[in-house]
Design a protein around this ligand. Sequence first.
Ligand code: HEC
Length: 316
Amino acid sequence: MRIETRFAWIIGFCFCFGVSVAGYISYKLESRQAHDEIKLKANMLLEAALAVRAYTGNDVAPVLQTLQDNDFHAAQVPSFAAQNTMARLAQKFPDYKYRESSLNPTNLNDRASDWEVGLLREFQADAKLLELDGEIGSGKNQRFYLARPIRMSSSACMQCHSTAAAAPVAMVAKYGPVNGFGWKMGDVVGLQLMEVPTAPAREKAFNSVLVTIGSLTCVFVLSAAVFLLLLRRHVTDPLEMLTRVAHAASLDERGGSASLAMVGGQFGDLQQAIVRLRTSVDRAMRLFERGPDPARALTPPAAPSGKADTTDSDPV
Ligand code: HEC
């Protein structure tokens, strides 16, 4: 396998590993951010409903109660005002749903569903439990819900929810004497439930993870391509040429290595060294083939200084 191919595999593998880890971390962070964002929205909408409730009870009801027209104006009822306001909002944002439900509702439309009964029971069982949240549905239909208990905390509520006899006559005429009575102070009588769609925030989070992975991949592919090209041009190609030079030099082709093109850069020195080595070996071989020089045979052996006679020796 070529060096570039091996390098490409190794850095490709490292990249896949790195991107998987980065993608996972980014997905977790984005999901948490999306969750926080959804929860904040649900919280704000629930608080808005509470604000409408308070405004109706404190400011609207006293004014409407001064009217002596023997009619029951549901606009003075906090629950009615909150649910109606949020229903108008839902006309613009149909996936956002608000509900106030009860086990014993005045308006039968507010009867708690099986699932809501479960939440109500949890609030009734634990007086310290102030909020429940979670997710329901799946896929595009998945919603985040935030539920809070409605407690009988004010004696003002009792005039309409204690007994039918104590309630305004017009109200009993409209809603009947059976439902929505018998509530006691401190009881969890209902719950506020806000549902917010999760799909848009999740989609946003997913897209931002894709953008992160996409940009990392672009940077990687570009850098890896440049790196591999440079590796080929400046390392593997010269190395291949050197290998050919070394091959030619090692085989018995006199002058073969010199006929190859010269490699540039740092590897040029190595090529020159190989060519020189080959030339030296050639010379040594020629000397060896020529046999001992008779003239030299007459010369006295080594000089007394002990130095070797190098006058005719070729570099080897
Ligand atoms: C003037 C009478 C009146 C007062 C005061 C009043 N309510 Fe109600 N309440 C009603 C009526 C009527 C409804 C049904 C409204 C509708 O048509 O949705 C209702 C609905 C509700 C509901 C929704 C479930 C259901 O019964 O339909 C809850 C919960 C509730 N009231 C709690 C309270 C609390 C808590 C207070 C005190 C802060 C309070 N109410 C004060 C008359 C009243």
